[in-house]
Write a protein that binds this ligand. Sequence first.
Ligand code: GRF
Length: 199
Amino acid sequence: MPARLAVLISGNGSNLQAILDAIRLRMLDAETVVVVSNRKNAFGLERAARAGAPTRYHPLKPYRDAGRSREEYDADLAELVKEYAPDWVVLAGWMHILSNAFLQQFPYRVVNLHPALPGQFPGAHAIQDAFEAFQRGEIKQTGVMVHLVPDEQVDRGPVIATAEVPIYKSDTLEMLTNRIHQAEHRLLVNALQRLIEGD
Ligand code: GRF
């Protein structure tokens, strides 16, 4: 039986596309049972629709406007995702920090992709932070990682896979960003394969 993947996105969805392509090419024994975005105009929703994957939109603003908490938002998000009975919940560019109200519904089943090496540059600006650290001579290279999200620590957790990514003096931030995204696309599929095979 193919593994059931719920994929959470917020933007372009190039990592979602890597998953969709790998499934179509039979490189990943999985099916994308739902793609959830917190942003209506996320291009990743278009990518999901083209691949025939169910899509759902779960915005935070109505909760904020109603004075409702992040925990309520996260608990409702968990209920939405549970409707699809996923084996794994993949955070592929999901730009909200998830509270235990969500995480505890999927213990050791939430997987996050982060464009930095373990313990380096947590948060939403990891690539720029690495680029600037390289310019300051503090690092010689950077990398990407896939890790489990057992608790509310941001961009930390049991590491499933990592890949080093070189930085060159001639790099612009855009060149490094593209190189990192290419590495992510490969690493995410390989990490998911490893999880699925080990399940
Ligand atoms: C990726 O770099 C991911 O690691 C980070 O956000 C980016 C999402 O890119 N959290 P995309 O939407 O998958 O193209």
